[in-house]
Structures are given as structure tokens and as C-alpha cells.
Design a protein around this ligand. Structure first.
Ligand code: DOR
Ligand code: ZN
Length: 454
């Protein structure tokens, strides 16, 4: 082989199938041209030495709120994807609860144009389905939506849910596109009832917010959407499954042959609801962090495959919106959501270090599987020759503590992971053969990232 653009040598290459020590990868024109023994790598213009560390297919986070267009005071494509690069994430998919919401092709075009102009890593975007745009599903598909999203319960952005009849019609139309429909799966009537009741009763603690959105709201929404999918043959996805009970409902749907996939987030696996009494509204999120019994069942579901993938729900808000100065103040005055792009790999590697899952399982759930779920595989999520040369190199042994959230790269960095200690972090991020993060610095250019075809 003649000289190539880049090789990464001296890696332990890890894929879902296994690991190869003393291995490396070679890249030409942004694509993988070889995965082989380190001593068989071709000459290259640039050599990155992984120092024996694991190299994995680039991590895919298919659930981030990049906030652009319209809410750039919270975050934008540049800052979100800067955080992604620094966090070892090579592909992100943005959520549609922006301002305006992404519900028609022109708005999706705008979102993509902004991403092309400023992103550091590759990206896609979901579009929202409401009562107003069922007739635009084909156009949104053609405009390149990664997938479709319906908000069932009220959440940040206040996108009203379609009726059950409209959801069934949406599923029938989306089924024809071949793409997947994901849900913010909380039963709106249940959570609205408890929020009103708790407010009437003067319950204002951070944990009251959690209890106003009980597990049954999630489980019922999952079961109802699975029933609709069974009837319509739609491919469906459950975002941010927070509870073991919800995950078991997903498992029952899979057993019935429904094409239902699910993700959970690092915070549901790491914390229990007692974090609300320790960190207050900083940890306020929708759906909320659950009790220890639900977390234990969620872990079982991750291990047995009911949960397909990991995503962050990275949701930046300002300190003022999160009420950081008074974290135990009236919870109804604080907003839900926090950032996650730069802690997701450390959290997952800490679990690997604790023996809760293997490196191979981690790679599957955090790269390969999300790429498959959202139609990006094998271009993303694999180390096959001819696919995008997206790599994440990690140091799985580095012990560190997130002492200061302002070290993170998002515009707003509120996170309950501040003060938490980890074993492991991303050291180098490579997108289509370009090093975008190394030695603690984002070195890639804004605007390098590009849309993943969908
Ligand atoms: O806590 C949340 N924050 N849950 C959501 O569903 C939306 C997100 C946001 O956009 O901030
Ligand atoms: Zn979200």
C-alpha cells in the first residue's frame, strides 16, 4: 500500500465482536482502508500513537439538544459539537424542540445549514410530529430527517402531543418511509395531574418534581405506543427510558415481535432519586431519576438487551434557568435538563471498570447499536474498510474528578456529575480521518462536521 493520510498505531482495537491488541487502523480520504496488526500498517502522512489504549468506532450520541436555531443563548451547533469532540463523541443527532420547532422541511434545511457552517463533528436531526404536520411526513423524510419524534407529555418546549388517532396515522405514514419514530414517552394526563395536585398541596421540593412524574406514566406510554406499533408495523424507539419497569415493557414488546428499540442515559444508571436531596434542581430532568429498585431493574434490562443503546439527552440551560444559586428552592421555578456530552464516556468506562459491562458491550451500546437504530450503520458505528474513519481513543484507567463544571465546553454547563469521580476518559477523537480532539484541546475546525445522509 502506498502512503496513506493517517494511521493510528499501537491500539487495542475494540469492536462488539472482540478486541485485538497491538493493532491499528489506516485512513485515506476520510475512510478506513485497513484494520490490521500495528506492524503491518502502511506509511502515513500522520501517525497517532494510541499507547496501547483502546480505539473504538466513534461514539454516537443520538439524543442531544443542540438548541439551534433560536435558543443559542443556551447552546448552539458549534458549542454542542465542541463538547462532543472533547467528550469523544463523533456523531450526534439533535432534537427538534428548538425555536421554531423543526416540523417542516425549510426548518430542517435551516438546522442543517447551521450545522454545516459550524459543527465540529458529524450530525443528524430529528423532526417533530404534531397535529399540524402529518401531511409533511414524506417531505421531512426527503429533506433528510434522521428520524421522527413525538412528545407525548409536556416537557421543555411545550410541544403539544398529537391525539392517539393522529399518532396511529403518523405511524402508518412513517412506516412507509422506512424510518423510525421515537417518543418522549410520559403519559401527559398522569404527569399533568400530579403536577397540579402537588402544586395545590404546596409541595415544592426537588424530589416532588420527580414524584410528579411517576414510573407508571412512562410504562403506560411505552405500552400504548408498542400496541400502536404492533398494529401499524411502525418502527418505534423509546428515548431516555428511566425506569426498569419501562424497560421491561420494551422487552415485552420485543418478545411480541414489535420493532421497538430503546435508549437509556448515563444519569439513570449512575444516580438514584436521592440525588434530588443532595444536588437539588441541578439534577431535575424529565423523565426523572428513579429509585434504587428501578435502577437495578434498568441495569438488568441493559445487560439482557431490552435497552439497545446509550444516549445523553444533553440538555443545556443557563444557571439562571436551572436556579443554580438556590438548588433547593421551589422546584416548579426550575427548568429540567442538564449537559452530558463530556461525561458519558467517563460514566460508561467507570461502569466497565466496575465490571458492570465489558468494553465490547459498551462499544455496542454506545456506537454500533445507535448507528443501526438510526440507519447510519455501517457508515457510522463500525470499523469496516470503506466506512467513515470515526474513532474514539480512550484511557480506561485514568482516575479523575469533575471538580469544576466550567471546564466543560458547552455554553452552559450545569450537571449533577460535577463533583463525581470517574475511571476513564476519551483522549483522542477522530472524525473522518481528522483529529478533532487531542491532548485536552479541541483542535478541529468549526464547520468540518457534516450531515450524515438519511
Ligand atoms: O429534562 C428534559 N429536558 N427533558 C426533555 O424532555 C427536554 C429537555 C430539554 O429540552 O431541555
Ligand atoms: Zn431530550
Amino acid at each position: 500500500m502506498s502512503t496513506v493520510d493517517l494511521v493510528v498505531s499501537n491500539c487495542t482495537v475494540v469492536t462488539p465482536e472482540g478486541r485485538s491488541p497491538n493493532a491499528g487502523v489506516a485512513v485515506e480520504d476520510g475512510e478506513i482502508v485497513a484494520v490490521c496488526r500495528s506492524d503491518r500498517l502502511p506509511e502515513a502522512d500522520r501517525v497517532v500513537d494510541a499507547e496501547g489504549n483502546p480505539l473504538v468506532p466513534g461514539i454516537v450520541d443520538a439524543h442531544i439538544h443542540n438548541r439551534e436555531p433560536g435558543l443559542e443563548y443556551k447552546e448552539d451547533w458549534e458549542s454542542a459539537t465542541r463538547a462532543a469532540a472533547a467528550g469523544g463523541v463523533t456523531t450526534v443527532v439533535g432534537m427538534p424542540n428548538t425555536d421554531p420547532v423543526i416540523d417542516r422541511p425549510e426548518r430542517l434545511d435551516l438546522k442543517f445549514d447551521r450545522g454545516e457552517a459550524s459543527a465540529h463533528v458529524d450530525f443528524g436531526s430529528f423532526v417533530v410530529i404534531t397535529s399540524e404536520n402529518l401531511d409533511r411526513i414524506d417531505d421531512l423524510d426527503e429533506a433528510g430527517a434522521t428520524g421522527f419524534k413525538i412528545f407525548l407529555g409536556s416537557t421543555v418546549g411545550d410541544v403539544p402531543p398529537p391525539s392517539d388517532g393522529e399518532i396511529i396515522e403518523a405511524m402508518e405514514r412513517i412506516e412507509e418511509t422506512g424510518k423510525r419514530l421515537g417518543f418522549h414517552e410520559e403519559n401527559g394526563e398522569i404527569i399533568d395531574h400530579y403536577e397540579r395536585k402537588f402544586k395545590r398541596e404546596g409541595r415544592t421540593e426537588p424530589i416532588d418534581h420527580s414524584h410528579s412524574r411517576p414510573v407508571i406514566a412512562e410504562r403506560e406510554a411505552i405500552e400504548r405506543m408498542i400496541t400502536f406499533a404492533e398494529e401499524t408495523d411502525a418502527k418505534v424507539h423509546m428515548y431516555h427510558v428511566s425506569s426498569g419497569s419501562g424497560a421491561r415493557a420494551v422487552a415485552r414488546g420485543k418478545d411480541r415481535g414489535v420493532d421497538v428499540t430503546a435508549e437509556t442515559c448515563p444519569h439513570y444508571l449512575w444516580f438514584t432519586e436521592t440525588v434530588m436531596n443532595e444536588k437539588g434542581n441541578v439534577a431535575r430532568i424529565q423523565p426523572p431519576i428513579r429509585n434504587a429498585a428501578e435502577r437495578a431493574k434498568l441495569w438488568e434490562a441493559l445487560t439482557d438487551g431490552a435497552i439497545d443503546c446509550i444516549a445523553t439527552d444533553h440538555a443545556p440551560h443557563t444557571d439562571e434557568e436551572k436556579k443554580v444559586d438556590d438548588p433547593f428552592g421551589n422546584t416548579w421555578d426550575a427548568i429540567s435538563g442538564f449537559v452530558g456530552l463530556e461525561t458519558e464516556i467517563p460514566v460508561m468506562l467507570t461502569f466497565v471498570n466496575q465490571g458492570l459491562l465489558s468494553l465490547e458491550e459498551w462499544v455496542y451500546r454506545h456506537s454500533t447499536r445507535p448507528a443501526q437504530v438510526w440507519g447510519m450503520y455501517p457508515q457510522k458505528g463500525s470499523l469496516q474498510v470503506g466506512t467513515d474513519a470515526d474513532f474514539t481513543i480512550v484511557d480506561p484507567d485514568l482516575e479523575w474528578t469533575l471538580e469544576d463544571r466550567t471546564d466543560l465546553h458547552s455554553k452552559n454547563c450545569v450537571t449533577p456529575f460535577e463533583g463525581e469521580s470517574f475511571v476513564g476518559e476519551a483522549t483522542t477523537t477522530i472524525v473522518r480521518g481528522e483529529v478533532v480532539y487531542e491532548d485536552g484541546e479541541v483542535v478541529g475546525e468549526s464547520g468540518y462536521g457534516t450531515r450524515v445522509d438519511a
